[in-house]
Design a protein around this ligand. Structure first.
Ligand SMILES: Nc1ncnc2c1ncn2[C@@H]1O[C@H](COP(=O)(O)OP(=O)(O)OP(=O)(O)O)[C@@H](O)[C@H]1O
Ligand SMILES: [Mg+2]
Length: 237
């Protein structure tokens, strides 16, 4: 279980998150939705240890990880798929995937994990020796997710996996995310694609201007008039 307790994050003197609290259970699929600039990336980077918090705590599996060095997060079972994928474009798909399993514990299980990544994204099988740069956007997102899975995380953090992808590919991507979760990995997802995120997640939080402004069961959130109006472009009248 991940517990984010009242964290605040600044960029220099400028506050970006105020008093943000959320939880993600061990097998849960939780999303944080919100508009451009709401603070979603700041939040997920803070949870991944990539950005320090000014106040508040991060607890994972009962352990306080607030001040844990970012390279220790991997050992703690947390892996992030960052915004914009951040692949090594001049390296092959296989090399990118293997980078996710450089720690000794993960290296020992490299072959087995590669097999499960390829079972999840079969299209990558014939691309293993292609440069990451030569892949389509959707395939690159698969590599980014695959790289994170190679570490064998118990909690997967995903920053806008649908960004820039065609609608049909977005559907496949969310189906894969559901599959990862159903195989036992907790998922915390941040998204601007509110309808897909709410359809996919168990629970949801809405973030605006650095604060959580609503939370609930994802399916139930879709029926709330204010959410439908503000985020789904649907007027209930
Ligand atoms: N490196 C930075 N330095 C200063 N301010 C930043 C930095 N990164 C983000 N911000 C500011 O922090 C706020 C939150 O940004 P953040 O990127 O977390 O939002 P987001 O919800 O991920 O947006 P998007 O949907 O565009 O990805 C914004 O006002 C943004 O301008
Ligand atoms: Mg972002």
């Amino acid at each position: 279980m991940l517990e984010v307790n009242q964290i605040s994050v600044n960029y220099g003197a400028a506050p970006a998150l105020w008093d943000v609290s959320l939880t993600c259970g061990d097998k849960e699929l939780v999303c944080v939705v919100g508009p451009n600039g709401a603070g979603k990336t700041t939040l997920i980077n803070a949870v991944a240890g990539l950005h320090g918090v000014k106040s508040g705590t991060l607890v994972y599996g009962g352990r306080d990880i607030t001040r844990l060095a970012s390279h220790r997060y991997c050992e703690a079972g947390i892996a992030i798929v960052p915004e914009g994928r951040r692949l090594f474009t001049q390296m092959s798909v296989l090399e990118n995937l293997e980078l996710g399993s450089f720690l000794p514990a993960a290296k020992a299980r490299r072959a087995e994990r590669l097999e499960s990544v390829l079972a999840l994204f079969p299209v990558l099988k014939v691309k293993l020796h292609s440069l990451a740069d030569s892949l389509s956007g959707g395939q690159q997102q698969m590599v980014a997710i695959g790289r994170a899975l190679m570490a064998g995380p118990t909690l997967l953090l995903l920053d806008e996996p649908s960004l820039g992808l065609a609608p049909s590919i977005v559907l496949d991507m969310f189906a894969a995310i559901r599959q990862i979760n159903s195989q036992g990995t907790a998922v915390l997802l941040v998204e601007q694609n509110v309808s897909m995120a709410l359809e996919t997640a168990d629970r949801a939080y809405v973030m605006e201007e650095g604060r959580i402004v609503a939370e609930g069961q994802a399916k139930e959130m879709m029926d709330r008039p204010e959410i439908r109006k503000a985020y789904l472009g649907l007027d209930t009248h």
